[in-house]
Design a protein around this ligand. Sequence first.
Ligand code: PLP
Length: 394
Amino acid sequence: MFSDRINRIQPSLTLQMTSKAGELRSKGFNVINLSVGEPDFDTPENIRNAGINAINSGKTRYTPGAGMPILRQAACEKMERDNSLFFKPEEVIISCGGKHSLYNACQVLFQSGDEVIIFKPYWVSFPDFVSVTGAKPVFVNTNPESQFEPDFEDLINSINPNTKGIIINSPSNPTGGVWSDDAVKQTLEIAKKHNLWVFSDECYEQLTYDVEFKSIATLTNDNEKILTFQSCSKTYAMTGWRIGYTAGNSKVIKAMSKLQGQSTSCPNSIAQMAAVEALTGNQEAIPKMREIFKSRRTLIMERLKSIIGVNCAMPGGAFYVFPDFTHFIGKILDGKTINTATDIAMYLLENKQVVSVPGDGFGSPNNIRFSYAASDQNINDAIDALENVLNKIN
Ligand SMILES: Cc1ncc(COP(=O)(O)O)c(C=O)c1O
């Protein structure tokens, strides 16, 4: 019944876990949800008001397909201010969230016969963005002890004449890893040598806690084949507004606009006006949110470190920890053998109503992703429950 295209992709695991949390809540359970990939803060007031003003002032019609000129300009100003990236509006396209931006870029650059490098553990959607085009995702290992930077030997061995692109995501979902400048530069050199497109998914660019974030395109003079993806979602607590943007080669931007014009027409006009305020208005909310996330990172890491058998490297950014549960694999929980960390995550969900995301969906079956975009109380309660479950394992 369905096309090969739709059969090539999987439903988003993170969205599935979020809907599981909703189901349990509707049955009256007190659910602790550490599966979420979004800030638990409201969109800042100045941005909300810009949305309301957009409605009241009639900014409620179709906009140009690539986004309102004022917003493309705002994205340029933002990237110059925060990232030392210098783009012209025609080198920027606004889409319905960073996810849509990445999807569109894959559609215009990759096709059957191509291979695209994805680092493992990976954000759940990367392999599907690639597979849906007919291209093949090729997974490269990373090192958990050094912020999940690439295993360079594996990277070099994975490249062949069919390799067309490489997707970098630092800070990373699900690991929180933030690559060093050296690791980025080394990756860019390899990409250049093989003439690859480099996608830099920078949706967590404002959420690094130990080192200042540097946009990947600033680490080389040769950035013709680098596409930079940013988003209002995580930075401004605007996940539901659905605004993301891509910056880079104007020919690629034009091709993405063509595709967008024939699919969504344009991003939502009200959200676009709110995004202008987000990108160019008062930025005070960002450091406040960052400080809160940083203190939660300390809390969850201290709690995890005190549990024997759980191995978790300190993530440098985003709002996730990705502990390793290898120590428990093959042992028994309530009479059942633990085959992968998914068994622990599902037990936590069903018996303690703690929602997490099993590492399987990120290509790392011995890990579980916990989001710390949650209150200290919820973090403590969730880790108490995890500790309790792990204590039952023998
Ligand atoms: C790594 C990564 N990239 C992109 C996105 C897309 O975010 P949005 O479409 O809300 O901009 C997400 C969201 O979870 C993400 O984690």
